[in-house]
Design a protein around this ligand. Sequence first.
Ligand code: ADP
Ligand code: MG
Length: 474
Amino acid sequence: MAAPWEDVLRNETAVQEAARVAVDAALLAGVLMRTEGEPNASDVVNYAPFTLLPSAVPSALFEEAYAVQQDFNLLVDAISQNKEFLERTLASTIKVDDFTARLFRIYMQVLEEGLAQSVFLGINRSDYMFDCGVDGTPALKQIEINTIAASFGGLTSRTAAVHGQVLKVLGKSKEASRLLPNNPSKGLALGIAKAWELYGSPSAVVMFLVEEVQRNIFDQRCVENELWNRNIRVIRRRFRDVFEKGSLDDARRLYMDSQEVAVVYYREGYVPKNYDQQNWEARLLLERSRAVKCPDIATQLAGTKKVQQELSQPGTLEKLLPGRAEAVARIRATFAGLYSLDMGEEGDKIAAMAITDPDRFVLKPQREGGGNNLYGEELRQVLERIRDSPERTSYILMDKIKPQPAMNYLLRAHSPLQVSECISELGIFGVYVRQGKEMVMNEAAGHLLRTKATEHADGGVAAGVAVLDTPYLV
Ligand code: ADP
Ligand code: MG
């Protein structure tokens, strides 16, 4: 990949001046986060970390990622309606992974009772890296798809303007004009608004289910504001509030503080630490309700790493998307090698292969949010310890994707300005709405580029590793 800003990177005075402009532009544009020290206060905020320069992204791969997003929406939705597939795929995982098992139990409980929900809303983000082949040609390879609480659709809608200004300051107006406009939060809000409308109760509200610690509130506010602009009321509540004040009526309509809730949009609930016993009870209450959950429990399970691995098995996509050969081919082209560690001869072989050559792989547990995967020597040690134990089935193994690094400056509050060797991860937001069996909306809603220094194997923005970026198509 050509590094478009090489001349700039060597000019220290220009970089320092541009960084000062960049930080102020980010604050003005609302690229904001609450601080670590005061994570629940909006009277002390700072800019969310971002790159000084937009990163080069091959335009063919960017287009490929957009072109496959509606296929991924259909796929996730199909999985969420396929009990047999989810049961079979997660059977080994739920024996050893307590978190997935608890989600699965709620899923079964809700199905047994019969679904009260008839409108379904999916908001996901499919993440990719650009794998550098032996001949140097980059290929689009999926890292994972996030089916719950996919974030940064709000803040990322504001980075293009910041990077545009930086480029202008650096004398690159022509390049600045080539940066693409991007507004995922609007697309997300359109999906939520559609689901709210189909729910059919004009006085009902949209409830954002939020964390106890809300550092990333501004990202969520971008989506909230889009809803308020459409005269849809939004409330923010935690699981704890639902436990204390949520209730269902005879028709399983959900009420919070005597307001009917049409849509529950989860920005929480994807990791074990989000739950104590009361929160699990609150989750069950929400899932049993008629309200549109984004995502419902089945769709959350569709986003597990184990499901991702099973999708790569020959014949699986064809069964899930019958009669859609082109969609299947587009999806499959984005898959990296994924391997099951289920007990048996095949799993034994895979484990042995990874122990011999750990740098070729990533070992992934059924977790979200960054910082959970294992690499290199640590991967080897863990796999050696659990190679003969059923514990290994709580992980999947994946080929490590190796993108071509590029130099950039990562701007972080209270950190010195220094050049880093970086790699990027592109995410495409997908939004869909289904009413009964009919898909009434299926869109790609925008993109997110995150960039991190190559010294970190893992990590997202919330995990403090990656920073926000803007693609510069080459
Ligand atoms: P999480 O659910 O925690 O976000 P991911 O699968 O997205 O889990 O992995 C977290 C991070 O680890 C990614 O953002 C990426 O930087 C890195 N990573 C994950 N899978 C791979 C892979 N196959 N090759 C290279 N890096 C990877
Ligand atoms: Mg991820």
